[in-house]
Design a binder for this molecule. Structure first.
Ligand code: AQP
Length: 344
C-alpha cells in the first residue's frame, strides 16, 4: 500500500538588508552575492527590512529613499525578480504581528545576551535605547519563520541572531506543536566578515561610520573606491599572507576582500602576491578587482532607477506573492496559540 505524502515544496531561503545607510562591499560579499547565486537553488524571498531600520534614531525621508535604493541594489546585484520574491518588510503586516506573538514566548535573558544589542546600546545614551533595539532579533525571527525558510544567507555578524531564531522556533514548536521549519545559517566561506578599512579591528558597517575611509559603498565612483582602498590601514610589515594575528588584520582584510571577489584559493592568492614589492601593490590590485566588481552593479543600478515606478511596481508584485505565504503561516500560528478565528 503506498503512503500518501504531502506535496514536497522547494527548499526556501529568506534574507534581508536594513535600509539604514549606504550598502557596503561587506553587505555585497557577506549577503547579496550569495543570494544571487542561491536563488537558482532555492525558492527565494528577499526583503528590505525597513522595520529593523527604525530601532535606532533615523530620519523618515532618508528611510523612504533608502528603501527604494536598497531594493534597486538587490536587482543590480543580480537578484532576478522573475524567480525571486523581492519586497518591503513593512508592506506585510504579518511580520509585525508574528513578532508580537513571538515576543510573548521569548525569555528576556535571551535578548539581553545579544552582542549586537549590547554594542549598539552602548553607543547611545541609556535613556534613548529603544525597546525595539532589544526586540530586534525577535522581529528577525518572525521574518524568517513566516516564510518557513530552510536557510538564511547572511554574514557572520548575524550568526548569533540566527541561533536565537532556531531556539525560538524550537521553543514554539515544543509549546504549541510542530509549526515552524528550523532554519540553517548559510554563511559564505569567504567575505563573511569584512572589516572597516579605517579600523580593521571592527566590522565594516553601513550605519556606524567612523570616517569617510571606513567603507567602500556599492555606489562609490571608481576614483573614490580606489582612494579608500589605497588609504586602508595596514601595518609596518611587508609580507602579504593571510593571518589571524590582530596586528595584521588590515592586510588580512584586503586579502579576504580579494579572495571573496575573485573566488581564488588562498594558496593561489599568496603565490600571486609573493613577488609583490609591498602593500602598495596589494592595494592597487584589490582596488582594480573592486572597481571591476562594482562597475556592472552600478551600470545596472543607474539603468533600473531611471524609472522609479518600475521598482515600486516590482515591490508591489513581490509583496502580493510574499503575503500569501506569510499569511498562511500566521493563520497556523494564531490557531496553534488559541486565538478565536474571526468570522468573515
Ligand atoms: N562587514 C560585513 N561583512 C560581511 N557581511 C556583512 N553584513 C553586514 N556587514 C557585513 C551582512 O549584510 C547583511 C545585511 O545586514 P543588515 O542590514 O541586517 O545589518 P547588519 O548585519 O547589522 O550590518 P550593517 O551593514 O553593518 O548594518 P547596520 O550598520 O545598519 O547595522 C547581513 O547578512 C549581514 O550579515
Amino acid at each position: 500500500m503506498s503512503e500518501t505524502r504531502p506535496p514536497q515544496r522547494n527548499k526556501r531561503v529568506l534574507s534581508g538588508v536594513q535600509p539604514s545607510g549606504n550598502l557596503t562591499i561587506g553587505n555585497y560579499l557577506g549577503a547579496l552575492k550569495q543570494w544571487a547565486r542561491e536563488q537558482h537553488n532555492y525558492e527565494s524571498f528577499f526583503c528590505v527590512v525597513d522595520l529593523h531600520a527604525i530601532t535606532v534614531p533615523y530620519d523618515p525621508a532618508t528611510l523612504r529613499a533608502k528603501t527604494r535604493e536598497v531594493a534597486a541594489l538587490y536587482l543590480a546585484c543580480g537578484i532576478d525578480p522573475a524567480i525571486s520574491t523581492v519586497f518591503v518588510q513593512s508592506h506585510i503586516p504579518a511580520h509585525s504581528e508574528l513578532a508580537w506573538l513571538l515576543n510573548c514566548v521569548t525569555p528576556l535573558g535571551w535578548l539581553y545576551r545579544m552582542t549586537q544589542f549590547k554594542d549598539k546600546a552602548a553607543k547611545q545614551q541609556a535613556e534613548s535605547v529603544s525597546a525595539g533595539l532589544l526586540n530586534y532579533p525577535v522581529l528577525m525571527a518572525a521574518d524568517i519563520l513566516l516564510y518557513q525558510a530552510d536557510a538564511v544567507p547572511v554574514g557572520d555578524d548575524q550568526r548569533q541572531h540566527l541561533e536565537l531564531t532556531r531556539d525560538l522556533a524550537q521553543r514554539f514548536n515544543h509549546l504549541f506543536g510542530e509549526t515552524f521549519t528550523i532554519p540553517e545559517p548559510m554563511i559564505p566561506p569567504a567575505g563573511a566578515r569584512i572589516r572597516a578599512l579605517d579600523d580593521p579591528t571592527v566590522k565594516m558597517s553601513k550605519s556606524e561610520v567612523s570616517s569617510e575611509y571606513h567603507a567602500v559603498y556599492l555606489l562609490d565612483p571608481p576614483d573614490k573606491a580606489r582612494k579608500k582602498i589605497m588609504r586602508a590601514v595596514t601595518d609596518s610589515g611587508r609580507e602579504i599572507r593571510f593571518s589571524d594575528d590582530p596586528e595584521r588584520a588590515g592586510v588580512n582584510n584586503l586579502l579576504e576582500l580579494y579572495e571573496a571577489m575573485t573566488g581564488e584559493t588562498r594558496e593561489a592568492i599568496e603565490a600571486h602576491f609573493a613577488t609583490a614589492r609591498g602593500y602598495g601593490d596589494l592595494k592597487k590590485e584589490v582596488a582594480d578587482v573592486l572597481i571591476a566588481t562594482l562597475e556592472p552593479i552600478q551600470a545596472r543600478y543607474h539603468e533600473l532607477t531611471r524609472d522609479v515606478s518600475y521598482i515600486d511596481g516590482l515591490l508591489a508584485e513581490g509583496a502580493a506573492r510574499a503575503r500569501v505565504v506569510a499569511n498562511a503561516t500566521l493563520d497556523l500560528v494564531r490557531e496553534r496559540m488559541g486565538f478565536l478565528k474571526a468570522r468573515t
